[in-house]
Design a protein around this ligand. Structure first.
Ligand SMILES: *Cc1c(COP(=O)(O)O)cnc(C)c1O
Length: 403
């Protein structure tokens, strides 16, 4: 009889595409081709003895979907195979993953160092929420290795950063920062959303914990929120497991199922995203209406050497500065027909954002200036449409914006 409590093991020899399609599949006695959606909150036990054994941890079956569910397990197993991680816990959103990965291991009196170029809510967790519970935090320029070193205190426990960071695609040297952190016994948590699990493998570069907003490329089709924390067995059993089980930032089995199906096409989608983004970045850098183009896959990215060292390609997010003021930028955004205004990214649909007035609106003008987020900065998440149509769209909108 099929052991329904155990996802099918992944063969380490499999290539990435095979892992993405087959990894972690549990097949029920019905023999379904597609992964089953176990939309259930709880589980029944055949006997009182079985229930007792389950709660004692002597029987490995499921207990309650706040902390374990077969569909969620399949998503976790597939992500583990992709990332090369020993253990993982899926969460309801990317922010639940970030918050859980930090709060599960930090105590009052501890200190966390973070790069200052962060997704707005990540910055809130580190800068505002953590200190409310007695966790000290210091924000540094993530590109400056000396700044990380100098921010170290006797109670520093965690280093946290995104690379590339939102929205300016600023890059942190992952290996170098991991070495600094490990020299004092601190753990490194990396938010790898912009790079995607296909293009950058932080665990192989020395990170201890990787987090994703699965809402972005993993679903990648604008349907569901989700997240995941990946690390080693020790981190999950010592810190994350109990935190997740008792505080409940769990993912719905339905959303986990959508993510699981998203993973099947992730490598294909990321490949096309990257090819289009490379072409578009090149197109943008040849336009006289645009002063600077920031794309981690371009030779003229300020940290091109680090990008080349740690990323397979530059991803699908491009930031650029339009010559002119906020009014010019708004005219440009409003004139776009295919590329729509939205703060999401990693979607099949191309999306454009004005960070200064949306995602980074809450920062002070000084904090924005420090991050290079001017009123003329535009961020594009390149989708899967025909890239020719995207260039035509941008071309006509640039013309309108100059009028
Ligand atoms: C979107 C995003 C998050 C938050 O993810 P949600 O799924 O929206 O909660 C965290 N970090 C980065 C870099 C993101 O882009």
């Amino acid at each position: 009889m099929t052991d329904l409590s155990k996802p099918r093991l992944v063969d380490e020899q499999w290539g990435e595409a095979t892992k993405l399609v087959q990894g972690g599949t549990i097949r029920s006695p019905f023999g379904e081709t597609s992964e089953a959606l176990f939309l259930t909150s709880g589980y029944v036990y055949n006997t009182a003895e079985e229930a007792e054994a389950r709660f004692k941890g002597e029987d490995e079956g499921y207990i309650y979907s706040r902390f374990s569910n077969p569909t969620v397990s399949m998503f976790e197993e597939r992500m583990k195979a992709l990332e090369g991680a020993e253990a993982a816990r899926a969460t309801g959103t990317g922010m639940a993953a970030v918050t859980a990965s930090l709060l599960c291991q930090l105590n009052a009196g501890d200190h966390v160092i973070s790069s200052r170029a962060l997704f707005g809510s990540c910055r809130y967790v580190v800068e505002t929420l953590a200190p409310r519970f007695g966790i000290e935090s210091t924000l540094v320029d993530g590109r400056d290795l000396d700044a990380w070193q100098e921010a170290i205190r006797p109670n520093t426990k965690v280093f946290f950063f995104e690379s590339p960071a939102n929205p300016t695609t600023e890059v942190v040297d992952i290996q170098a920062v991991c070495e600094i952190a490990h020299s004092i016994g601190a753990r490194v948590v990396i938010d790898n959303v912009f790079a995607t699990p296909i293009l950058q493998k932080p665990l192989q570069l020395g990170a201890d914990v990787v987090v994703y907003s699965a809402t972005k490329h993993i679903d990648g089709q604008g349907r569901c929120l989700g997240g995941i924390v990946l690390s080693n067995e020790e981190f999950v059993s010592e810190f994350l497991h109990d935190f997740m089980r008792q505080t409940g930032p769990s993912i719905s089995p339905f959303n986990a199922w959508v993510m699981l199906k998203g993973l099947e096409t992730l490598a294909l989608r990321v490949d096309r995203h990257v090819r289009s983004a490379e072409l578009l970045a090149n197109f943008l850098s040849n336009r006289k209406e645009i002063s600077t183009v920031l794309y981690p896959g371009s030779e003229d990215h300020p940290q091109a050497d680090i990008c080349r060292k740690q990323m397979k390609a530059g991803g699908n997010v491009i930031a650029f500065d339009l010559k002119g003021d906020k009014a010019t930028v708004f005219k440009f955004l409003n004139a776009l027909k295919i590329i729509r205004i939205s703060n999401n990214l990693g979607d099949t649909k191309s999306l454009v954002t004005h960070p200064a007035t949306t995602t980074h609106q809450r920062l002070t003008p000084e904090a924005r200036a420090e991050l290079g987020i001017s009123d003329s900065l535009v961020r594009v998440s390149v989708g899967l449409e025909d890239v020719t149509d995207l260039t035509v769209d941008i071309d006509q909108a640039l013309t309108v914006a100059q009028q």
